[in-house]
Design a protein. Structure first.
Length: 330
């Protein structure tokens, strides 16, 4: 799966491409920081305007909106470029994978579900990595950039439960986010979501194969097809009930998450210790830090699918190596 980073043919794409993607994501995060600063300045201006008529001019108001439009345009431009390049980057990764599978396919074709591994699982792997991989990197960069901002904004203001402790808001975000993530991970492990997804794909592969064989072989009994589809039905129904339990916990937590920043800021808001602009900056920075910490929580269903695909491809490559070893010994 990772020959893409080892073969000389793909070194330019794999390593230089990775550097380009990382650099572009860092620029995105820097622009996001500037947007967060804009929110603080803009809402302070709004508070000033609402407190006293004509406290600001219409030109100042339009200029502020224009500055946001420019920042947003820069963000959109970089995001679109990164997305476009990442799609090409990951297709090259997929190409590196399937080229090896093609080269050993005479042996690989003897393995159950070989065609599905080479075609379906490689495209799933690249598509999931496209969304999951860049999001993970961006989440880590956001933590690096926004945690100091959040700390600077929360100094000397009272925080619920933590009082005047300068690190109260960051620790609160950490406890809420990591606690929720650990809860969902444990719930996912108890429900065996990765195992269910893996079993589901195996049942689907077996059903698909018998249908393909039945196209050319009239001796395949309908009963065989029915038996396999019954297995498909059972594993799907099992996955539905498991995800029902998981989603109860996940969605309930995410809904409670909406109020978390306001709960921690309650003493400061009631005491009037922050302006509207500072409050907006804190809430947005808190949300960015919290969202990054909750990355695993929010991406858990996709992570489960990626883990299942990785497990199937790793098992497939292991069986290919076993076949090659047996052939060499003969």
């Amino acid at each position: 799966m990772f020959r893409f980073f080892k073969l000389k043919k793909w070194l330019m794409w794999s390593w230089l491409g990775s550097i380009l993607i990382l650099s572009s994501l860092w620029i995105q995060v820097k622009i996001d920081v500037k947007i967060n600063e804009w929110f603080g300045e803009f809402y302070d201006m709004i508070q000033k305007a609402l407190a006293k008529p004509n406290a600001i001019t219409i030109d100042e108001y339009w200029a502020s909106l224009l500055s946001f439009i420019l920042l947003a345009a820069m963000y959109v431009g970089v995001a679109v470029a990164v997305s476009f390049f990442t799609s090409h980057y990951l297709f090259r990764w997929r190409t590196a994978m399937v080229e090896w599978y093609h080269s050993v396919y005479e042996k690989a074709r003897k393995i159950e579900g070989a065609s599905q591994r080479v075609q379906e699982d490689t495209i799933k792997f690249s598509r999931i990595m496209e969304s999951l991989g860049t999001s993970l990197i961006e989440a880590l960069m956001i933590l690096v950039e926004f945690m100091p901002i959040l700390f600077g904004l929360s100094v000397s203001i009272p925080i619920f439960f933590f009082g005047d402790w300068d690190y109260g808001l960051i620790v609160g975000a950490l406890i809420w986010s990591v606690g929720g993530t650990i809860f969902l991970i444990v719930l996912g492990l108890i429900l065996r979501l990765v195992g269910v997804e893996y079993d589901l794909q195996k049942k689907e592969a077996a059903y698909r194969k018998i249908l393909v064989v039945a196209e050319d072989d009239g001796s395949i009994r309908p009963k065989s097809i029915e038996e396999l589809f019954n297995g498909v039905r059972e594993i799907h129904f099992l996955s539905y009930i498991r995800y029902l339990y998981f989603n109860i916990g996940r969605i309930a937590y995410l809904q409670a998450n909406v109020l978390s920043a306001y709960v921690f800021l309650a003493p400061a808001i009631v005491a009037g210790a922050v302006t509207l602009g500072v409050m907006q900056q804190i809430i947005r920075a808190f949300g960015r830090v919290e969202g990054s910490m909750q990355y695993i929580l929010k991406a858990w269903p996709t992570i489960i699918e990626l883990a299942s695909v990785y497990k199937r491809l790793r098992e497939f490559e292991s069986k290919i190596n076993e076949v090659e070893t047996i052939d060499e010994s003969i």
